[in-house]
Design a protein around this ligand. Structure first.
Ligand SMILES: [Zn+2]
Length: 436
């Protein structure tokens, strides 16, 4: 797919234009021309805000928009796994539908201001390599518009029964990585689905081995519970990565990690010390975590707890910068919510009771800078305020005057710029009876 032509013709591909006199937009120097950004932010005679573009650090490309095929009776996690597996088994009968749902997800994301996506696509006996290969087609189709980084992901167990020998799902994962060695960028799994903790630990080791062998980033759905008696397996990831002399250029992303929210300060400190220089990043998935976690407390006076990583507090109290991501759109794991990463920031204000200027900026970082660092995106801004040498991957929020508003009540009118080129624009059309 070719990008739409720039609607301001003087925006151009990276030219390292250096502008040293910031005016209305907070630009120190960009690959986009400064005057163009000024015009963009003034569009419609309203002042707008330019921020680093958004990223989906964790998004399931294949199992989006299938809620209408999932009959929810309890809404719990086991049911979600079961009905999703049934829906997945039908993917092979309609590959065009699989492609179109993914295409729609990417288009909608770019409209929101996303220029970078880590796209999880599943590999198992139900779907074979179909989701991976569709994900790779989409990644290629959108290469001029958005970085779609394909993560071959084992949502299903790698082990069968009590066996300690990996089964067919693992064999398929290996096949996917060998067949598409130079195109798949990430390998991931969900160790918590294994029948036992011992097998979950073996799952972690197998995935780290595959990552090193094929020079891929690793990505785990991990510690997805609120059980204080459960062993946090992030420590296994750390020890196994160290045992393998983990290459520093490969990232390790940990999604969910809700169990960690039960940590006392000393445990956070110990985690930081154990992590050391390993490139591990936590990714909170609040829309999914809040929907799924804490269901055993349903009848408690206040119901389920806030079972998700507390992003602003992790930064202010422990110096840990966690990303936030949408995870799923319209499926049994996450029926609600939009695909707009900025909606997570708005949710986070209430969820984390965070509206100080410092917290608002941390929430915005979680879907921009930190999200890009989590997926090892090579082009990352120094901070939210643009500076000389920053990449021209930008989002213009029309009618949004400042960072606080971008988090508290972000506007829908947006222009997305990737590598200095406008790749999407969205304007809301308004009409009210009796007005002009
Ligand atoms: Zn996920």
């Amino acid at each position: 797919m070719a990008p739409s032509p720039p609607f301001f013709p003087i925006i151009r591909t990276p030219s390292h234009t250096r502008i040293s006199t910031p005016r209305e937009v907070r630009v120190g120097g960009l690959d986009c021309e400064h005057d163009v950004l000024v015009e963009l932010t003034r569009e419609g005679n309203e002042v707008g805000l330019v921020i680093p573009s958004l990223a989906h650090a964790h998004l399931h490309l294949d199992k989006c928009s299938i809620l209408d095929r999932c009959n929810l009776l309890t809404g719990d996690f086991n049911e979600a796994l079961r009905v999703t597996n049934a829906a997945k088994a039908a993917f092979k009968h309609d590959p065009d539908d699989l492609y179109k749902r993914g295409e729609s997800l990417i288009c909608g994301s770019v409209e929101c201001g996303v220029t970078s996506i880590r796209a999880h696509v599943e590999v198992d006996e139900a779907v074979g390599l179909l989701c991976v290969e569709t994900g790779l087609q989409l990644s290629e189709a959108f290469q001029e518009v958005c970085d779609v980084q394909v993560a071959a992901f084992a949502q299903e167990p790698l082990f069968v029964g009590s066996s300690t020998e990996p089964g067919e799902n693992y064999a398929l994962l290996v096949r996917a990585l060998e067949k598409h060695a130079n195109k798949i960028k990430v390998v991931g799994s969900a160790p918590y689905v294994e029948p036992s903790i011992a097998q979950a630990k073996l799952n972690i080791g197998l995935v780290l081995d595959l990552a090193i062998k094929h020079h891929l980033h690793a990505d785990f759905h991990l510690d997805y519970n609120l059980d204080p008696s459960s062993e946090p397996l992030i420590h296994t990831v750390i020890s196994e990565a160290k045992r393998r002399a983990w290459p520093s250029e490969l990232g390790i992303a940990i999604g969910h990690a809700t169990r960690l929210q039960l940590f006392i300060p000393a445990e956070w400190e110990a985690l930081g010390a154990a992590t050391g220089n390993l490139p591990i990043t936590l990714i909170g998935l609040p829309q999914s975590d809040m929907y799924m976690m804490g269901r055993s407390a349903f009848d408690a006076p206040l119901g389920a707890p806030r079972g998700t990583l507390r992003v602003p507090q992790l930064a202010s109290r422990h110096g840990i910068h966690a990303a936030m991501a949408v995870n799923n759109v319209q499926n049994a794991f996450t029926p609600q919510g939009s695909l707009d990463p900025l909606a997570l920031c708005t949710l986070g204000v209430a969820l984390f009771q965070s509206a100080t200027p410092a917290d608002l900026r941390e929430l915005l970082r979680a879907v921009t800078l930190t999200a890009k660092q989590a997926v090892a995106e090579p082009r990352v801004h120094k901070d939210l305020t643009l500076a000389v040498g920053d990449p021209a991957d930008l989002l213009v929020l029309h009618g949004t005057p400042d960072v606080a508003t971008a988090v508290l009540n972000p506007g829908l009118d947006r222009t997305t710029i990737r590598a200095g080129v406008v790749v999407a624009r969205r304007r809301v059309s308004r009409w009210i009876a009796g007005t002009r």
